[in-house]
Design a protein around this ligand. Structure first.
Ligand code: HPA
Length: 269
């Protein structure tokens, strides 16, 4: 892949862990030292992040001595990328040597016992987006045609993140994330459907990255920041401003969890 060759020539950095920062959660790369930023726009074959609250840069750096790379901003299916284009960022990270993928996102609460500002560990997901980055010919050197998703969100990493949150004194919920295609927010009827299906959270991202990461053998975990009650839970319209603002208010807590998780990963390395 051109993107891998390009970055390999640009820098000697060989990150082992990657963190993807979702809407309003950018700036999380502040926890890195000795950083090097690369704009997505400069990387061949890499889509540009056009969504609000997504800076569109890779930030290489160290945290607790661990070589990391943070993606500030991600690509979404609703931006019009093909399934294959959606797979490029995670496959690029894999090509650079990343083994552990920590994903974050902003999500709506389908489960009314969750509240805006709360951080929730994703335990499993439902892909209702109609998009799959693994569709098309399979590259058997990357991974299997029919990857298993029984433990897509690594139980081991989930335990580490839960422990990291406990150490930081930050409450962390648990839930099932449903991906919708977007870009419109859901209708109240869709949210009632998602509740019946067993979803606690809804969003427009993350699932393509989980699928791509698991396929190519990465250990994957994901944390949502609840930015709003999903459509119809409250009698008020949803807005992307509210999503970005609420995510930004949770950023510092998320950074503390990430910092502790990276410290634990560094210790075992
Ligand atoms: N729906 C879909 N995506 C979202 C939401 C939501 O309510 N909140 C943040 N991202």
């Amino acid at each position: 892949m051109q993107s891998i060759t390009y970055i390999r020539e640009l820098t000697q950095r060989r990150p082992r862990v990657a963190v993807v920062l979702g809407s309003g959660l950018g700036g999380g790369a502040e926890i890195l030292e000795d950083t090097l930023s690369v704009d997505y726009a400069s990387i061949p074959g890499f889509g540009r992040a056009t969504a609000q609250g997504h800076a569109g840069k890779l930030v290489f750096g160290r945290c607790s001595g661990l070589e990391c790379v943070f993606m500030e901003g991600r690509l979404h299916a609703y931006e019009g990328y093909s399934p294959q284009e959606l797979a490029v960022p995670v496959r690029t990270l894999r090509g650079l040597g990343v083994e552990t993928l920590l994903l974050t996102n902003a999500a709506g609460a389908v489960n009314a016992s969750l509240a805006p500002g709360q951080l929730v560990l994703i335990e499993d997901f439902i892909n209702l987006s109609g998009v799959n980055p693994l569709s098309g010919p399979n590259d058997d050197t990357l991974g299997p045609r029919f990857p298993d998703m029984t433990h897509a969100l690594s139980p081991r990493l989930r335990d580490m993140i839960a422990q990291a949150a406990r150490e930081a004194g930050i409450p962390l919920g648990r839930g099932v994330y449903a991906m919708m295609h977007g870009p419109n927010y859901e209708t109240p009827a869709e949210i009632r459907m998602l509740r019946i299906l067993g979803a606690d959270l809804v969003g427009m991202s993350t699932v393509p990255e989980i699928l791509t990461g698991v396929h190519c053998g990465m250990e994957v975990a994901a944390v949502s920041c609840v930015t709003n009650m999903a459509a119809g839970v409250l009698d008020k319209p949803l807005s992307s401003e509210e999503v970005i603002q609420t995510a930004a208010s949770a950023r510092e807590r998320l950074q503390r969890i990430l910092r502790n998780t990276l410290a634990a990963l560094s210790e075992e390395a």
